[in-house]
Design a binder for this molecule. Structure first.
Ligand code: HEM
Length: 231
């Protein structure tokens, strides 16, 4: 029996899949789109940069989570020593942690530049208001990422900085509402092990799920409307 050429095997597999679901058509539609010439200006790159950095944050975050221990009990706490271990013992741990840290900072800068571009070109106007709102929600999610991630090393700086931000969250009137928010975020009367547990769960499960979902909506809306003509 003659050995089939690898390309024929590839074609047979693609055809088999396409008969069951139109993959080729769906991928073609997703990948190939004419982009207007004005979108070649450098300031149209910021949204894409935000996307690339978020992917990088997800990847480095998964690697950090392999060694990070979200446990604030004991002195020194496992959370603290696990971060030290990543920094000094894990192979390239310092690099992964450094990329995650600087990624977080540059991400905020890029989102602000992206927003400024959208504002500058007037692209928030009808019919793109909904996408502006989706974007603004993602901005809040990114700030929540930064806030919850800051506590995770569980060192003195992380502890007292988070205590301040949580205190601020307890300020909205009436006092009962502020106290409720504060207790909810803190997981008790003071910043302690339950706080770390809540921040960790929010940082690695809740926020990534929400931002991936909203990025999908953001990109579907961009595709639905096309890039806006600048004012
Ligand atoms: C996770 C964060 C975000 C990602 C990954 C993202 C990504 C993108 C990308 C790739 C584009 C295509 C054009 C470009 O790159 O400039 C875009 C367009 C847009 N973004 Fe974002 N964005 C994010 C956050 C935001 C924020 C914070 C806002 C505003 C509050 C926003 C509002 C918009 C609007 C209105 C458009 C349509 C602009 C047009 O049609 O010219 N986005 N976004």
């Amino acid at each position: 029996m003659a050995i089939p050429h690898p390309r024929d095997v590839q074609l047979a597999v693609v055809n088999w899949l396409d008969e069951r679901y139109p993959f080729t058509k769906a991928i073609d539609e997703a990948m190939y789109q004419r982009v207007p010439n004005f979108a070649n200006a450098f300031y149209y790159c910021f949204g894409g940069m935000v996307f690339v950095i978020i992917v990088l944050q997800l990847l480095t975050g998964i690697l950090l989570a392999i060694y990070y221990v979200p446990d604030a009990r004991g002195t020194p706490a496992a959370a603290y020593t696990s971060v030290l271990f990543i920094q000094s013992n894990v192979y390239l741990g310092w690099l992964i942690r450094g990329v995650h840290f600087w990624g977080a900072n540059i991400l905020i800068l890029m989102v602000l530049l992206h927003m400024a571009r959208v504002y500058w070109t007037g692209s928030y106007r009808a019919p793109r208001e909904l996408n502006w709102m989706v974007g603004a929600t993602m901005l809040l999610l990114i700030l929540a990422f930064a806030l919850t991630g800051y506590l995770l090393p569980w060192d003195t700086k992380a502890y007292f900085a988070s205590e301040v931000t949580i205190k601020i969250m307890g300020l909205p009137p009436p006092p009962q509402l502020g106290a409720f928010i504060k207790t909810l975020v803190q997981g008790g009367p003071v910043v302690g092990p339950p706080t770390l547990q809540i921040f960790f769960t929010t940082h690695v499960f809740l926020l990534p799920a929400l931002i991936v979902l909203l990025m999908y909506v953001h990109f579907r809306l961009i595709r639905a409307h096309g890039i806006a003509e600048p004012l």
